[in-house]
Design a protein around this ligand. Structure first.
Ligand code: KIV
Ligand code: ZN
Length: 398
């Protein structure tokens, strides 16, 4: 594995599940965990063991069925949370306890009602306890991006000294920007040399409130993050988490720029997205990058013409790369003659130049009235002699 290898930590079953319309039964989580294993993720955060009996059961079940990825449970910086997480993980081949505690004054004062010193003490105690139970402990200073930088660094230093093996830097409320987030990683590495000396993994964890989650995650990777936390279809609190498929595809398509590798099997991205879409209550929006229904669809005439000449004109990756079976040339009012001819030929109709022109006028008039044009619509606007030439009538086509 190269030093530029990015570890994918999937939190679809924890941060993702924690959002409206996304709750999953143990069986559904198990189905999803198998899909994530096939996708090649390195770590599955299977839940928050203390949150409910259901979460505990799901984590325990997943540890017994899934062998390749490491399995993690979230825990607050509290003894009972950490002990329950360890119990849920007891059958895992490789377990991780993920401890979090807020580092911003806003959260400390209003949510936890504790001071900075108490937060540092709790960090040390909880990471030490977790390390006495498992050898892989991640610590997250929650709301890191809105925390006083020097206090944040104190907290991370305490966690490192107490034995944390991964330090995750959450942009809990999706507030940061790529350059600012990257600078935070550079600061932490510079001010705590033990991170690089002891090979401690820095991790990014971004939310999408400003639509910057994937960009921020990629900026963190450039600044030394070796783990990225993300979810399938970008599900998660509020506007969601960084979308796994966007980061994995960006690292591959722009490997010239990022120079990083991952274990993600790209052709499983779309199938995994589909599995999730069938489990939760909504599918990705049609214009969602990589996995949306329109991610490889082209309607405008200029684009369709370019696509037919050479797909590279308008596609930066083949649909097959991410597991989508084919590019879709959608016929609509912006389409041109080239795409119309192409589709009619696929349907078995070869038109002369004049016939195509005549059919094209009818097609544009229809597309002005109708949002979706189906194959039957196309056949119905063909002049009679053309239809008869193929020996079919509209009624036969239904
Ligand atoms: O967004 C966040 O801060 C989290 C932590 C619990 C890691 O999800
Ligand atoms: Zn989160």
């Amino acid at each position: 594995m190269t030093s530029n290898h990015v570890v994918f930590f999937d939190t679809t079953l924890r941060d993702g599940e924690q959002s409206p319309g996304c709750s999953m039964t143990t069986q559904e989580k198990l189905t999803m965990a198998h899909a994530l294993e096939d996708l090649g993720v390195d770590i599955i955060e299977a839940g928050f063991a203390m949150a409910s009996e259901g979460d505990f059961a799901a984590i325990a079940t997943i540890t017994q069925a899934i062998r390749k990825p490491r399995i993690a449970s979230l825990a607050r910086a509290k003894t009972e949370d950490i002990e329950i997480a360890a119990r849920a993980l007891q059958f895992a081949d490789r377990a991780r306890i993920h401890v979090f505690l807020a580092s911003s004054d806003l959260h400390l004062e209003y949510k936890l009602k504790i001071g900075r010193q108490e937060a540092l003490d709790r960090t040390a105690e909880s990471v030490r306890l977790a390390r006495s139970l498992v050898d892989d402990v991640e610590f997250s200073p929650e709301d890191a991006t809105r925390s006083d930088r020097s206090f944040l660094i104190d907290m991370v230093r305490v966690a490192v000294e107490a034995g944390a093996t991964t330090i995750n830097m959450p942009d809990t409320v999706g507030y940061t920007t790529p350059e600012e987030y990257a600078q935070m990683f550079r600061d932490v590495r510079e001010r705590i040399p033990a991170i690089d000396q002891q090979n401690i993994v820095l991790s990014s964890h971004c939310h999408d409130d400003l639509g910057l989650a994937a960009a921020n995650s990629l900026a963190a990777i450039q600044a030394g993050a070796r783990q990225v936390e993300c979810t399938i279809n970008g599900i998660g609190e509020r506007a969601g988490n960084a979308a796994l498929e966007e980061i994995a595809a960006a690292l591959y398509v722009r490997s010239d720029y990022y120079g990083s590798t991952s274990s993600i099997k790209l052709d499983q991205l779309y199938p995994t997205s589909q599995v999730l879409g069938q489990i939760i209550t909504f599918k990705p929006s049609p214009n969602k990058a990589i996995v949306g229904a329109n991610a490889f669809a082209h309607e405008s005439g200029i684009h369709q013409h370019g696509m037919l000449a050479n797909p590279l004109c308008y596609e930066i990756m083949t649909p097959a790369l991410v597991g989508v079976s084919r590019t879709h040339l959608v016929l609509g009012k912006h389409s041109g003659r080239a795409a119309l001819r192409h589709r009619l030929e696929q349907l078995g109709y070869t038109l002369s130049r004049e016939e195509l022109q005549q059919t094209y006028y009818r097609f544009v008039a229809l597309a002005d009235r109708k949002k979706n044009i189906y194959d039957q619509d196309l056949v119905s606007i063909l002049p009679d002699p053309i239809r008869e030439r193929r020996g079919e009538t509209v009624s036969e086509l239904g």
